[in-house]
Design a protein. Sequence first.
Length: 175
Amino acid sequence: MSPGSKNLTGAVLCALAGVLFWVFVMPSYSMIGQTQTAVSERQALLDDRTKTIASIEEIVKEYQKREQEVARLSSVVPAKKSAAEVVSAIQDIAGRTGLQLVSLGLADQKADQNIPYNTLNIDISLSGSYLSLVSFLETLEKNIRLMDVVSIDATQSAGGGNLGFRVRVNAYYLK
């Protein structure tokens, strides 16, 4: 081989190595950079989701700790109107306090959209003594269901001994 052809062969091999480097190695090298960026983005997303799941698990544990309190709160303001339960409770309270339940009326009052509960208006007519009414109101106040006394009207019965009472009460339930 002549010295010129050795140089030419070396130059061709160097050129071929350069072309092969730019054709095969450089695209892979730039793809590695893009892959690293995608991996770091996905790692950040995974970390965020892991934190979210940990937060949810913490909330579930806290809810389970306070489940009895939540159940008690749902008894104070139940999810449904449950008119039968309200009537039964008022009849029971009236009987235990020595008042005679003359009549009981219920009416729904829908609240506006900003308030998370509706109101059940209860109109109660009772007959009995003043001390029985006081006992009725105290027992109503201690009842687990939230009820507000709106008004009380008293009249003397024609028979003499007993008084007639009209008590208006509001009970609440969730929408």
